[in-house]
Design a protein around this ligand. Structure first.
Ligand SMILES: *Cc1c(COP(=O)(O)O)cnc(C)c1O
Length: 359
């Protein structure tokens, strides 16, 4: 055997620089999982039945064009069906967006800290991540992002509200940004948490995309709709971008089970949105509780809150785990805590109060 054969296959060196995606810690039987921004409720009855019925055809490949869900989304948002591109979660649609626009030597920009998948999918494409620090109040620094644009910039992610800080960008500010970005750069407005927004000054990305060919919107069924386990997300984009997404996506990514469950969840929307409203109320209770305890917490419009704990991050996460709630630490930076079951939120609040007293 030659020496090269013994070394194993040559992998792309660019992979060495890629951080591995860290999923939220699984919670043990005796703890609550507040680490992945999931919806804490069981699937609605109609949704579960649709998924079970669809499982009867699992010897067949699914509908590659995801026809019915695409038609339903097009009708609901008042956009042409050709503008909708689905995928196995919006992360995979985001990856297809990067693969469609950027390769080696090109730049993909995002705020930081923001969604962890952005730097990973950028580097998988061989492109260069450009991470622009958040402002002191945990918001996108849109002026700094504009200043960081180069002739290599191909795509800019804007996460509204931002994961993990929960902070939003208002309409006027976002429009000013979009008007200043060169029209050959794709701007992706990631609205994974839009259903949790109650701040009326936050725009709906779909209104912004309509007359801007370089703007696209990302949505998911994983968060408010409670289908994280089924992997369905989609982009709304003008035709050249949507067509590119269909070329770069893994074929047959959305299963029949996922499509039917997504359709059923749209049909049970009133019940779903009632649950979202309950989570929004819980968010207000948690935010008020933290403020009362003396924490500085920026207003979150998502289903989580962010505590910037710096060096105390891991200690805080350990205290939460000890108390029975698993949160998401970003070592050296802070902790993101999903709004979950009422009891889980109360345990988190009590832990935060005790931790604060010891500081
Ligand atoms: C959770 C999340 C997504 C959605 O991921 P899926 O792949 O659809 O489950 C996308 N963007 C952000 C910012 C998120 O937090």
């Amino acid at each position: 055997m030659s020496e090269t054969a013994a070394q194993g296959p040559r992998l792309r060196p660019t992979l060495d620089a890629i951080p591995t995606y860290k999923p939220g810690k699984p919670a043990g039987a005796d703890s609550y999982k507040l680490s992945s921004n999931e919806n804490p409720y069981d699937p609605l009855p109609g949704v579960l039945e649709a998924a079970v019925a669809a499982a009867g055809s699992l010897n067949r490949y699914p509908d590659m064009a995801v026809t019915e869900l695409t038609a339903e989304l097009a009708a609901r948002f008042g956009v042409p069906a050709e503008h909708i591109a689905t995928g196995t979660g919006s992360v995979s649609v985001a990856q297809s967006l990067v693969l469609s626009t950027a390769g080696p030597g090109d730049e993909v920009m995002f705020a930081w800290r923001s969604f962890e998948a952005y730097p990973i999918i950028t580097q998988v494409a061989g492109a260069t991540p450009v991470a622009v620090p958040l402002t002191a109040d945990e918001a996108h620094d849109l002026d700094a992002m504009l200043a960081a644009i180069t002739d290599r910039t191909r795509l800019i992610f804007v996460c509204n509200p931002n994961n993990p800080t929960g902070v939003v960008i208002h309409r006027a500010e976002l429009e000013r940004f979009l008007d200043a970005v060169p029209s050959d750069i794709l701007v992706v407005i990631d609205e994974a948490y839009i259903e949790f927004i109650r701040d009326e000054q936050v725009p709906n990305g779909i209104d912004l995309y309509r007359d801007r060919p370089n703007v696209c919107v990302l949505r998911t069924f994983s968060k408010a709709y409670g289908l994280a386990g089924l992997r369905v997300g989609f982009a709304i984009a003008h035709e050249p971008v949507a067509t590119a997404l269909r070329k770069t996506a893994v074929p047959f990514g959305v299963s029949r089970i996922a499509q039917d469950a997504a359709l059923a969840s749209l049909r049970s929307e009133d019940a779903l949105l009632e649950r979202v409203e309950a989570l929004v109320q819980e968010r207000a209770r948690v935010a008020a509780g933290l403020a009362e305890q003396g924490w500085t917490v920026e207003d979150s419009q998502a289903n989580f809150v962010w505590l910037r704990l710096g060096e105390r991050t891991l200690d805080f996460a350990a205290a939460c785990a000890e108390a029975g709630v698993v949160v998401r630490p970003f070592p050296g930076e802070g902790v993101r805590v999903t709004i979950g079951e009422t009891e889980a939120n109360s345990i988190f609040l009590a832990t935060a109060a005790a931790f604060r007293k010891e500081l």
